[in-house]
Write a protein of this length. Structure first.
Length: 82
C-alpha cells in the first residue's frame, strides 16, 4: 500500500458515513418533526460525532433549523423559502 493511501481511504469512508448519516438525519426529521440531538442520535444509529458532522453538512446547505427551548435545543428541517 502506498504511503497516504490508508488516510485517503479512511477519509473517503468517513465522508461516505457522514453523507449517509445526513440522509438519515433528514429522513428522521422529515418523519418525526423537531427532535433533540440525543433522540436524533439514537434514531439515526450512527456515532454521535458522525451525526453532528452530518448536521453540520445539512446546516451548511441551509437545511436545518435549531431552536432553543427551556429543555434544550430542538433540531428541525427548515421550511423551504420561495
Amino acid at each position: 500500500m502506498a504511503a497516504g493511501t490508508e488516510t485517503t481511504e479512511t477519509t473517503t469512508t468517513l465522508l461516505q458515513q457522514i453523507g449517509e448519516a445526513a440522509g438519515n438525519v433528514w429522513q428522521v426529521l422529515q418523519d418525526e418533526g423537531p427532535t433533540s440531538l440525543s433522540k436524533l442520535v439514537k434514531q439515526v444509529d450512527f456515532p454521535r460525532d458522525v451525526v453532528v458532522a452530518a448536521m453540520g453538512w445539512l446546516a451548511r446547505e441551509d437545511k436545518l433549523q435549531v431552536d432553543e427551548t427551556s429543555r434544550g435545543r430542538l433540531i428541525s428541517l427548515r421550511e423551504e423559502q420561495f
